[in-house]
Write a protein that binds this ligand. Structure first.
Ligand SMILES: Cc1cc2nc3c(=O)[nH]c(=O)nc-3n(C[C@H](O)[C@H](O)[C@H](O)COP(=O)(O)O)c2cc1C
Length: 184
């Protein structure tokens, strides 16, 4: 790996428990990683809330490389709280961005004190439509349904219209662009 290419790592707090979290983070730093993202849950905790952001603070204090906080950030309040508790400047967001694709823009706008226009459902629909077009050419028809449902399920947190779309999809065997977006 060329020396000018940064190599970063990501870890959870452990597998079944958190006893090796600090040791594992130190091993990653000692091995020469340029940065470490920490998903603040064990493997056994899966995706169950809460994310233990206070453990990220412990890790950040134990190592000398930049640490990025990750886990359970769904909106701007979570982002602020995560930064406060973890002490990290940088936050990595997974599912929050799937549910609210404009979350990164929202955070940046709020941080700059600028007005923010949230992404409307019609705008989101055109993104979904684009996604569906890509999925349809890449996957067998029987899998298309599942992919779209996965996204809509997460989107329900933010857009009630996603729930309605899911209900409509239950009656379809295969999702075709025309069927699902008809009448929207
Ligand atoms: C669809 C999806 C795909 C993911 N793929 C990866 C991956 O390839 N590598 C990885 O380290 N984590 C992966 N993750 C985990 C996320 O990076 C993140 O650690 C986790 O979702 C917790 O953050 P969140 O609470 O913001 O979602 C994935 C998560 C989701 C939802």
């Amino acid at each position: 790996m060329p020396a000018d290419v940064p190599v970063t790592a990501k870890m959870r707090l452990g597998f079944a428990d958190k006893t090796l979290a600090l040791e594992n983070a130190s091993a990653i730093a000692d091995a020469g990683a340029d940065g470490l993202a920490v998903h603040a849950r064990t493997k056994v905790e899966g995706y169950k809330p809460p994310a233990h952001w206070e453990w990220i603070a412990r890790i950040r204090e134990a190592i000398d490389i930049p640490v990025t906080a990750n886990g359970e950030v769904w909106d701007y309040q979570d982002y602020l709280k995560c930064r406060e508790v973890s002490g990290c400047d940088d936050v990595m967001i997974g599912r929050g961005l799937i549910a609210s694709p404009d979350l990164g823009l929202l955070i940046n706008s709020h941080n700059r004190g600028e007005e923010f226009e949230p992404m409307s459902w019609p705008c989101m629909l055109s993104v979904l439509e684009d996604y569906l077009e890509r999925v349809v050419v890449q996957m067998a028809p029987k899998y298309v349904h599942g992919r779209l449902k996965q996204w809509l399920k997460m989107m329900q947190r933010r857009y009630p219209q996603a729930e309605q779309m899911l209900q409509e999809m239950r009656t379809l065997k295969e999702v075709g662009k025309c069927e699902i977006f008809a009448g929207v």
